[in-house]
Design a protein around this ligand. Structure first.
Ligand code: ZN
Length: 286
């Protein structure tokens, strides 16, 4: 067995593909959220991916990532640690060299395609030499999120089957295609995904990489289930699992002891995450 097969992130997504369910890949910003996510995975008997924006590394000098890895190690279920949208060579090397990531998204989508491919290939190899799995973004997903470079001004472009081929060739383990999904918030019309395009992408990928959906803020359960049915295994979520936590803070801060505020906050994250694990079909699968 090679490192690629035993890598926990790859294992979680391969099992999801075989079992036809989606795994929640949740962004965490603080320790309460990490604790709530892990509690949800334990409660639901579900695999989980905890992911961070590069912001978390900068803001805590890596402490949040090490904390999550420690929590994952002590969980009863498989949990992997992923870096979302690492957009500079320096950040990718820092993460791969100094932090316990199981997977890193090598996001060079702000470059033109040839440069994107060349840099992706080189950085995927760098990560692989350290037994870290990788994800890339063929095409360009619209919008920006928490320190991730906004693509406004750059043309967002839907992923083509040709790009799938090119990116599979870089050696990545997962792809995050652009098929109408948007980072950040959708406008009043809500998400409008191109499933026909997604099906083409999936058939071209032909089981060589796992597929991720990015930009799920405001998704209805039915839409996420449709993504899972179409073959998405990595479900990137942000507000879908964190909204109740922020509502709780808004309503309760200053009105209860700080310890209670924190404990109830953890529970809010856990409860909402369990709900989405059930929707994605991963509950009971770990
Ligand atoms: Zn994304």
């Amino acid at each position: 067995m090679t490192w690629r097969d035993s890598n926990i992130h790859n294992r979680i997504l391969r099992d999801a593909e075989a079992g036809k369910y989606g795994v929640i890949a949740a962004i965490a910003y603080n320790i309460e959220q990490i604790l709530g996510l892990v509690q949800a995975a334990n409660t639901a008997r579900s695999p989980l991916i905890i992911q961070f924006f590069p912001w978390a590394i900068e803001a805590s000098n890596g402490l949040l990532v090490r904390t999550a890895a420690d929590a994952a190690k002590h969980a009863d279920v498989p949990i992997s640690i992923h870096l979302d949208h690492a957009q500079s060579e320096a950040m990718i090397k820092r993460a791969a060299d100094t932090l316990p990531f199981d997977s890193i998204m090598v996001d060079m989508s702000h470059y033109e395609k040839e440069t994107n491919l060349a840099k992706t290939r080189e950085l995927v190899e760098y990560c692989n030499q350290r037994e870290i799995a990788t994800e890339a973004e063929p095409g360009r997903i619209e919008g920006g999120e928490d320190g991730v470079m906004d693509t406004a001004g750059l043309q967002a472009c839907m992923t083509t089957p040709e790009e799938v081929e090119e990116f599979v060739g870089t050696g990545v383990d997962a792809l995050a295609p652009a098929f109408g999904n948007v980072h950040g918030e959708y406008g009043p019309r809500g998400p409008d995904l191109d499933f026909e395009r997604f099906n083409q992408i999936r058939s071209h990928a032909n089981g060589r990489v796992r597929l991720a959906v990015h930009g799920t803020n405001g998704f209805a359960p039915e839409l996420l289930q449709r993504c899972v049915e179409a073959g998405v295994t990595k479900i990137n979520v942000n507000r879908l699992v964190l909204d109740d936590y922020y509502d709780h803070l808004r309503v309760s801060v200053g009105k209860m002891p700080h310890t209670q505020l924190i404990e109830e906050g953890i529970q809010k994250v856990a409860d909402l995450t369990v709900k989405w694990m059930e929707i994605c079909g991963s509950a009971g699968k770990a």
